[in-house]
Design a binder for this molecule. Structure first.
Ligand code: HEM
Length: 516
């Protein structure tokens, strides 16, 4: 029978209803079948909140941020629970002991990442470090990032750039003191400073202001991050893909990739034209090194393709800037809101340094123990990635005595674990840096994840944050504007992959007057 005759016999609404019913029956059948496959009499499955056909447990995430909804469910079902989002199984981890199971004891099993449409496209078909499944290629790429950008080899350049950029930031702040009592938007200030540091250390130039055909790179990176959060098609393979197309998500994703790619192309082209590669090693930036590793003459190490280089640059852009900026904003918010902490921290910084300086050096902060505790406390209460990046299970194993199957993605609730009173005591919700005088941290806070997929910047990123905060509190006092008391500062958050402060942080600085 030809298609047009079907349409003449059945009206289109009837056909749609019929197809939808068939689809529903098929999905329900699949759902029941999968359940019986993981027969509880053979396997000990983790507790699973009641789920619905097709959508699974999605409805339990409605009306609340994901990390909060999952934290509440863990109170009811325990620290290991199974959670179905559409066709994808997840394991929700909500205690330090279980986090250690995933990130250390069984790290070799949980060190892969799940597939998603956006990650595949934006990472040049999984050529990157952060979102690719576990592989030899990924390990080699990670080694390159650690040795040639984040490791001791580049620390001199990194420290010099950091000191120079913070000096510029402090000078900029000093200019904003006239007229007095005007609030400064610290989100803007931090974004400008951190981007400058990352671009100069990694790309050797001021790409923040470099014009490219298309939107600014702030917009490009923000959009890429939103896309990396996932789409309907990731959870509902057939219908979801149609929805992605109809809703315009696929088009937006393609446009986002094209813009990001154009930006990265510019960076690479500029470096190709640059002759410094031939010269002194000290003059080379990270991209020069990557280009060397891609050349035919490279017989010293792993040979990179152009796609690999682009994927590495993409990881630095999307992973390195926002996380640092978000943490700086939370740190300053907590410090200003807790005046006792602010005063104690200023005393430490000013006593240690004295009045001799306009700005601090990196060596000045190494012995500031309270500063380190303040930054640690910020990471505990405000881990920028509240559920880390999913860790995918590669083979059948047991977690907390429960069977877990390959293809299950573990989500570690870093946000919940960091605020759990059963771990941190009655004052878990309070910003109290002194707790680290006694507390030895193992897996009770995991802002940088752990194991083979831990953040490779976990040692260098806190230094940047400590250094910026030390400089802001050394020369300035801070207040919330418009007569609002410091302790009443708005602390609402928003976001999925990265949890940021909802309202930008605007504070009034005054220059600190040294007593004679
Ligand atoms: C405050 C700063 C930062 C925080 C809180 C942070 C946090 C994280 C987290 C939670 C993960 C996932 C870990 C896991 O899944 O177990 C991660 C991975 C990663 N981060 Fe960071 N990050 C920061 C800064 C940076 C910087 C500055 C860079 C690079 C320049 C960077 C590059 C990466 C990369 C490449 C990965 C993927 C690692 C892998 O999968 O092997 N991050 N980061």
């Amino acid at each position: 029978m030809k298609i047009f005759t079907i349409f003449t016999i059945f009206p289109s609404w009837l056909l749609v209803t019929l197809l939808a019913s068939l689809f529903f029956i098929f999905y329900t059948f699949l759902h029941i079948n999968l359940k019986s496959k993981n027969n509880p009499s053979i396997y000990n499955l983790p507790p699973n909140p009641p789920n619905l056909p097709i959508i699974g447990n999605f409805h339990q995430l409605l009306g609340k941020p994901r990390h909060q909804a999952l934290w509440q469910l863990s109170k009811q079902y325990g620290p290991v629970l199974q959670f179905q989002m559409g066709s994808k199984p997840f394991l929700i981890i909500s205690s330090p002991i279980m986090a250690k199971q995933i990130l250390k004891t069984q790290d070799h099993i949980f060190c892969s990442r799940p597939f998603s449409k956006a990650t595949q496209r934006i990472t040049y078909n999984y050529s990157d470090i952060a979102f690719s499944p576990q592989s030899h290629h990924r390990r080699e790429m990670r080694k390159i990032l650690v040795s040639d950008l984040l490791g001791p080899k580049r620390s001199r350049v990194f420290n010099n750039v950091l000191v120079t950029e913070i000096e510029t930031m402090v000078r900029e702040l000093a200019l904003r003191l006239r007229p007095p009592n005007v609030a400064v938007n610290l989100n803007e200030l931090f974004i400008a400073t951190v981007k400058e540091v990352v671009c100069k250390v990694a790309f050797g130039g001021d790409y923040r202001r470099q014009p490219v055909n298309g939107p600014s790179w702030e917009v490009v990176v923000d959009e890429a991050q939103e896309m990396l959060g996932g789409s309907v098609g990731d959870f509902f393979p057939w219908a979801g893909r149609v929805i992605d197309r109809v809703s315009g998500w696929s088009r937006r994703m393609e446009r986002c990739f094209t813009n990001l790619d154009a930006y990265i192309e510019t960076v690479i082209d500029d470096h190709r034209k640059d002759q410094r590669v031939e010269d002194d090693d000290d003059d080379k930036d990270f991209v020069h090194v990557l280009l060397e590793l891609s050349s035919e003459d490279n017989d010293s190490g792993y040979r990179l393709t152009k796609e690999d280089i682009k994927a590495l640059i993409m990881n630095v852009l999307t992973g390195g800037v926002d996380t640092t900026v978000v943490t700086l904003v939370w740190a300053m918010s907590e410090i200003v809101r807790n005046v006792r902490v602010m005063k104690k921290l200023q005393t430490e910084i000013r006593n240690h340094t004295g009045r001799r300086k306009q700005k601090l050096d990196i060596s000045d902060i190494t012995e500031m123990t309270y500063l380190k505790m303040v930054v640690k406390e910020t990471f505990r209460i405000h881990p920028p990635a509240p559920l880390l990046i999913p860790h995918e299970c590669m083979s059948h194993c047991q977690v907390g005595g429960y069977d877990v199957f390959p293809g299950t993605s573990a989500l570690i609730n870093a946000w919940g674990i960091g605020r759990d009173p059963s771990v941190w005591g009655e004052n878990a919700g309070e910003f109290y840096p002194e707790r680290f005088e006694k507390f030895e941290v193992d897996f009770e806070m995991v802002p940088f994840g752990g194991g083979r997929r831990s953040c490779p910047a976990m040692n260098s990123a806190p230094v940047t944050i400590e250094f910026v905060i030390a400089n802001l509190l050394y020369g300035f006092d801070w207040e919330v504007p418009n007569g609002v008391k410091n302790e009443d500062l708005n602390m609402e958050d928003e976001g999925t992959l990265i949890l940021r402060k909802k309202v930008p942080l605007c504070l009034v600085p005054t220059k600190y007057k040294w007593k004679d």
